[in-house]
Design a protein around this ligand. Structure first.
Ligand SMILES: [Ca+2]
Ligand SMILES: [Ca+2]
Length: 278
């Protein structure tokens, strides 16, 4: 009896420490840009298809067993993804699209709802109240903006644009605290904190040229991908420290829901890779 209990206790300990293996790399994707994991473990990937070709964009879904299916299609150049409840929101080139759990979608915020016609909507982030924030990277060099989309899709208001010289080509966004966004600029490679009420910017770190995705780990580390250099970098004392390299173009990264791994869309390679986070 005692022996059995001991074995049981040992098994429980082993199970508690045993980690799920990382998902296997997904290949054959059509210009994957962004990724998000739902609470049920499903992973959604935005695929641009051909850039500037409308109608050929899609969202793929990877189930827990690793099966890949097309979840939604007929989009333009879908990029940033965010989940609110069981709805998936997508920054689709010049508009925001809302996708229901059956894969049917509708335009949530049309291009005409923006104060200025968007050019290259990129990353999408939600706050706890259900408002969305989206970066417009414009020509990926200058003239970019960050917008707020109120819950329900309207109104769309400007948070900050390139009248503030710190805003050139904002890409990755991360909501922080009650009233700030972190924003990585693709052109300058500088990470800023943006005050959502005033649009004021504070420089936090530099050296992330071609910066794309932005996450904060459970232990508070900030990790930024670089599309141009194909690297994944950690922010250490305001500078970039490479933690993984060798991607063709590391696009908009995301953390798994349990925070144990990072999902890396390699756009030009057409792959989704997974990296363990310690
Ligand atoms: Ca396209
Ligand atoms: Ca992006």
């Amino acid at each position: 009896m005692k022996k059995t209990l001991l074995v049981l206790a040992l098994l429980q300990t082993l199970t508690a420490y045993a980690k799920d293996p990382l998902p296997e790399k997904i290949t054959g994707l059509k210009m994957p840009e962004s990724v998000v994991q739902a609470k049920d473990g499903s992973i959604y990937i935005s695929e641009i298809g051909e850039r500037d070709k409308n109608g050929d964009g899609q969202i793929s879904k990877v189930d827990k067993k690793g099966n890949v299916t097309i979840f939604a299609k007929g989009l333009d150049d879908p990029k940033g993804l965010t989940l609110i409840g069981d709805k998936l929101y997508v920054a689709d080139k010049t508009r925001i699209v809302e996708i229901k759990k059956d894969g049917t979608w509708q335009v949530y915020a049309a291009a005409t709802a923006f104060p200025k016609m968007p050019v290259f909507l990129n990353d999408l982030e939600a706050d706890k109240l259900g408002n969305l924030y989206v970066s417009d990277s414009n020509d990926l060099k200058s003239g970019g903006s960050i917008y707020k989309i109120a819950k329900g899709g309207t109104p769309v208001t400007l948070v900050v644009d390139s009248k503030n010289p710190d805003i050139q080509a904002p890409n990755g966004l991360l909501f922080e605290g009650r009233n700030n966004l972190l924003a990585i600029d693709f052109e300058s490679g500088i990470l800023h904190r943006v005050n959502l009420s005033t649009g004021a910017t504070t420089k936090l770190a530099e050296g992330f040229g071609g910066g794309d995705g932005l996450v904060k780990t459970k232990t508070g580390k900030i990790i930024i991908s670089s599309w141009k250099t194909g690297t994944i970098n950690e922010v250490v004392a305001g500078k970039a420290r490479v933690i993984k390299e060798g991607y063709k173009s590391a696009a908009d990264i995301a953390l798994s829901t349990d925070g144990t791994f990072l999902m890396v869309p390699d756009m030009v390679a057409g792959e989704l890779d997974f990296i363990e986070i310690k």
